[in-house]
Design a protein around this ligand. Structure first.
Ligand SMILES: [Zn+2]
Length: 155
């Protein structure tokens, strides 16, 4: 092989190596671009998943608030049975806990207690009239006691 041919051979080899290097760099750049795009897609997907999970969580919280309100309303509905002593011990205990924090039930409870006191007082006064009348009718009591009891009843 002449020196000229050898020089051309070396130059062609160098050119081929340079082309191979350029191709490698191009492939590496393409791979880097592909990985970047993949990473961006993953980030977007993670953000969408997070957003969806947050929306689900907000919805679940709103449902829990609604359920608490519903339970409170159901407990409020137990007031009459509580006052009439018709609740089981467990439900009465639960209602006492509710009563401690529910202003609506506290006000209604006070009203019912006052009504009960008024009714009880009226029944006692009526019973006093009946007792005085019976005592008078059986000869054991003065008629004035009946009049006093009636006056008390009308008070
Ligand atoms: Zn209540």
């Amino acid at each position: 092989m002449s020196a000229v041919l050898f020089g051309v051979f070396v130059a062609l080899c160098a050119l081929a190596l340079a082309l191979i290097d350029r191709r490698r760099v191009a492939l590496r750049d393409a791979e880097i671009s592909r990985l970047d795009a993949e990473r961006e897609a993953d980030v977007a997907e993670a953000a969408a998943t997070y957003e969806a999970a947050s929306a689900d969580l907000r919805e679940a919280r709103a449902e829990i608030v609604q359920l608490h309100l519903l339970v409170d309303e159901l407990r409020c509905g137990n007031l009459g049975a509580f006052v009439d002593d018709e609740l089981s011990p467990e439900r009465a205990e639960a209602f006492r806990g509710h009563l401690a924090v529910c202003e609506r039930c506290q006000a209604a409870h006070l009203g019912l207690l006052q009504q009960d006191a008024i009714v009880s007082s009226g029944l006692e006064r009526r019973d006093a009239v009946v007792a005085a009348a019976l005592a008078w009718a059986t000869g054991g009591g003065p008629i004035g006691a009946i009049l006093d009891a009636v006056a008390e009843l009308e008070r």
